[in-house]
Design a protein around this ligand. Structure first.
Ligand code: C2E
Ligand code: MG
Ligand code: MG
Length: 584
């Protein structure tokens, strides 16, 4: 039995600070030495009453009673004020073979030590006893405290780090579980357009600004509040002092105020933050991860509402967060279970009326709900990053489909696929395109990648690089939804698009509004000046088509010709021959 000697002699050893039984049986002198000559103070005390049965030299020295400890009560060794319930602690420590304490102990010179006792049970000369090893923990505890402090600090800004933030938040949630009236406030603060700052000033200057943000937020704190850096340019504030009435919003205002003065870089720059505010506690208690999601959702709404503001998490956001979580989970599953399909919509050459090609449009064919258009799920796919594998599937499946049509002897047409911002930024879209072409043996010139203005303008320089690689493969490039974002003309020239797709919102009013008609005319002229082709999107009526023809638009796409249809139906359209000939 560990820790219990059936003989009357102590046969324990101390390994590091773990107490272990070395052997049970006839003791040797060497083992006796382990006890008597051990540098750590050791005592054997009666289990009942804690009377000292044996003590080693070090213990006698430590307690200043050479040769005389036997017969004392262990309780006498620590002054009442310096120890908690010794008996209880020792019993507990003996039960789990663990340390009790630490508690403070004054030595004879008046110095304070933190001591702990390692304790295990044994039988000493037939008596149930405890072996106590007294360890001075002063240095260990100091080291531990320094470690905890170091591990909870963000090295760049000196404020708490996200691990510590989470820890404190969990404590608050824990407290709310026991105290129905307890409320606390969580702020989630994201600096606006910090990526630009990083790019413009470089990382070193940007880091300095982050450190200053940390310092300013800290200076704005009041008792009961604390700030942590929880991400690159994200800070979290927790408060259990501000959780009633307007408190939470005042706190957010105070944090915004703290950032309002320009930052002292050369040249000075102004910063703002978008803040999500959540009040925690009450019934039912929202758990830590949900609180963080909610604060993040509120922060995103603040961004959407124009930045430099705060938003309180409310019911509508809650519903959105729930919907988002559900859609993300379902998307993940749908991807695994192959629930996606591509529909195809013809792109028609206005002059000849022939089919130029098709746009592949993603559909989610859900077993229960039927066919969903991208509007219902693409933003969740983007935000969650699932668009990267999904978009890769789209590219591969479009090429596979082209190959199938070719093998069936249908005339070759070009197919456009939509590529999203996230795929462009996070995925390796060039490798995916290349791989899909290689796997299927489809010629690059038959494939076109459609990018929206916002995709390319998000990071024009990086975009040009990727687009150049795509062009070099021989794949076409189309700018989608043109007119809805903002493009700088100087960039537009460098982008080298093969076609510009004029957004449906302009085509819609082309035959009724002089404004729309002149925008469309200007875009067509612009496209031609870049040697690109203009494509009118969303053509629904013969009048709209007539206008586009007058304005010398090259191609058109819309319900007037065909809605997006499943691949088999599209093959049917190809077999019948295009019904739009004679348009010119
Ligand atoms: P988009 O690329 O601009 O695609 C054209 C959208 O306009 C399609 O909507 C199409 O059904 C619709 N449309 C075409 N002609 C007409 C018309 O005459 N009238 C009206 N009212 N609408 C018309 P859909 O299929 O719902 O797709 C919406 C958007 O979702 C697409 O806009 C595209 O941005 C995105 N999307 C579609 N498939 C994918 C994909 O595979 N990957 C990515 N990342 N995005 C996709
Ligand atoms: Mg498109
Ligand atoms: Mg479009």
């Amino acid at each position: 039995m560990p820790g219990v000697s059936r003989t009357g002699t102590i046969v324990v050893g101390v390994v590091g600070q773990q107490l272990g039984l070395i052997s049970v049986g006839t003791p040797t002198d060497g083992m006796q030495d382990l006890f008597y000559a051990n540098p750590l103070p050791m005592l054997v005390v009666e289990r009942q009453g804690l009377r000292v049965l044996a003590a080693n030299k070090s213990a006698e020295r430590a307690y200043g009673v050479p040769g005389g400890l036997t017969g004392w009560s262990a309780a006498q060794l620590w002054k009442e004020s310096q120890r908690p319930d010794l008996e209880g602690l020792l019993a507990e420590a003996a039960a789990v073979r663990h340390r009790s304490g630490p508690w403070t102990h004054l030595d004879e010179t008046g110095n304070t030590h933190d001591v702990g006792i390692y304790c295990s049970e044994l039988t000493y000369e037939g008596v149930d006893a405890l072996l106590l090893v007294v360890a001075d923990l002063t240095d260990d505890l100091a080291r531990e405290r320094a470690l905890v402090e170091g591990a909870s600090k963000d090295t760049l800004t000196g404020v708490a780090n996200s691990a510590y933030f989470l820890d404190r938040l969990r404590q608050m949630v824990g407290r709310a579980t026991h105290e129905p009236d307890y409320r606390f406030t969580v702020l989630y603060l994201d600096l606006d357009r910090f990526r630009d700052v990083n790019e413009r000033l470089g990382h070193i200057a940007a880091d300095k600004i982050l450190a200053e943000v940390g310092a300013r937020l800290t200076a704005a704190l009041r008792p009961g509040e604390f700030v942590a850096r929880v991400g690159g340019d994200e800070f979290g504030v927790l408060s259990d002092a501000q959780a009633s009435g307007n408190g939470p919003l005042r706190l957010a205002e105070r944090m915004m105020q703290a950032l309002s003065e320009p930052f002292g870089t050369q040249p000075p720059i102004s910063l703002s933050a978008s803040i999500g505010v959540v009040v925690g506690g009450g019934e039912p208690v929202i758990q830590t991860d949900a609180i963080i999601r909610n604060a993040d959702a509120a922060m995103h709404r603040a961004k959407q509402q124009g930045r430099a503001r705060y938003e309180l998490f409310d019911e509508s956001l809650h519903q959105r967060a729930v919907d988002y979580a559900r859609t993300e989970a379902e998307l993940r599953l749908g991807l695994k279970q192959n629930e996606f399909a591509l529909y195809y919509q013809p792109i028609v050459t206005i002059a000849g009326g022939g089919m130029h090609g098709a746009e592949a449009l993603l559909r989610w064919v859900k077993p229960q709900e039927g066919v969903l258009a991208p509007g219902a799920f693409i933003s969740v796919a983007e935000e969650s990053g699932l668009i990267v594998p999904l978009g890769d599937w789209v590219i591969h499946d479009a090429c596979r489909q082209m190959r199938e049509w070719r093998d069936e002897g249908l005339s070759e047409i070009s197919v456009s696929v939509n590529v999203s911002a996230r795929q462009f930024r996070d995925g390796d879209v060039v490798a995916t395109l290349k791989g899909a072409l290689q796997d299927t043996g489809i010629e690059a010139r038959l494939l076109t990648a459609e990018l929206t203005e916002s995709v390319v303008m998000e990071d024009p320089v990086a975009s040009i690089e990727i687009m150049t690689e795509i062009s070099a493969l021989g794949i076409g490039l189309a700018m989608d939804d043109f007119g809805t974002g903002y493009s700088s003309l100087s960039y537009l020239k460098r982008f080298n698009f093969d076609s510009l797709k004029i957004d449906r919102s302009f085509i819609d009013g082309i035959d009724r509004s002089a404004g729309d008609a002149s925008i469309v005319a200007a875009v067509i002229a612009l496209a031609h000046s870049f040697k690109s082709r203009a494509v009118g999107e969303g053509v629904e009526t013969p009048e709209q088509l007539q206008y586009l023809r007058l304005l010398r638009c090259d191609m058109a796409q819309g319900f007037y010709f065909s809605r997006p249809v499943p691949a088999d139906d599209f093959a049917g359209i190809m077999r019948r021959g295009t019904p739009w000939s004679g348009l010119s």
